[in-house]
Write a protein that binds this ligand. Structure first.
Ligand code: E4P
Length: 221
């Protein structure tokens, strides 16, 4: 399963990228807005730092605007995936951009039928938002199971990019289902690294090493 970071925060991107954990990045207008500053600089910097797929989203809501923006976004780099919303115009743009060799991520997917249509329009990725479904009392992870089953029935090349992830259990469940990608807010990736027994275990190892050093002052590993 690939891990993308769901952020436009350069510090977090550099931190996790240096750890070798990142296969890609997803952004959206809200994430860019949260960082402030000039979004064009942020998009240019992210596509430079990350070698894998970077999703950058259009803000036009009609076909020709999406096409123009998609092509402009693609100028940031060959690793740019154009993100379009799950709307009739979005699907039309997905079809056209994909047939011109520009990969597309169809975002704001909340039903298996939407995922099926996005796949048929040639999307490289579909982004089902599981946390937002959980928020309204629906089972977000069930949607991932359904999309997985449908895509395997027809051998669609489209990848399932699980989005709107809220906590590490979402990641485990998505991995058990066999989702292709999870996109994680930095706080969730941070939590995945931690375990209290790892912390306690390391403290004990270091304390015991200090005891050895007390009787072997010149010892070094
Ligand atoms: C995905 O591409 C979206 O940017 C994101 O996962 C949405 O998450 P949210 O529901 O936490 O805003």
């Amino acid at each position: 399963m690939k891990i993308f970071l769901d952020t436009a925060n350069l510090e977090s991107i550099k931190k996790f990228n240096d750890m070798g954990l990142l296969d890609g990045i997803t952004t959206n207008p809200s994430l860019l807005s949260k960082e402030g500053g000039n979004p064009k600089d942020a998009m240019a910097e992210i596509t430079k730092i990350i070698k894998g797929d970077v999703s950058l989203e259009v803000v036009s809501t009609e076909y020709s605007g999406m096409m123009e923006e998609g092509k402009r976004l693609r100028e940031y780099g060959d690793n740019v995936i154009v993100k379009v919303p799950m709307t009739p115009d979005g699907l039309k743009a997905c079809k056209s951009l994909s047939s011109e060799g520009i990969p597309v991520n169809v975002t704001l997917i909340f039903s298996p039928n939407q995922a099926l249509l996005a796949a048929k329009s040639g999307a490289k990725y579909v982004s089902p938002f599981i946390g937002r479904l959980d928020d309204i009392g629906q089972d977000g992870m069930h949607l991932i199971k359904e999309i997985k089953e449908i895509f395997s029935n027809y051998n669609f090349g489209t990848k399932i990019l699980v989005a709107s992830i809220r906590h590490p259990i979402h990641v485990i469940d998505a991995a058990k289902i066999g989702a292709d990608v999870v996109t994680l807010p930095p706080v969730v990736l941070d939590k995945m690294l931690q375990h209290p027994l790892t912390k306690i275990g390391l403290e004990n190892f270091l304390t015991d090493w200090e005891k050895l050093k007390a009787v072997n002052p010149d010892i070094k590993i």
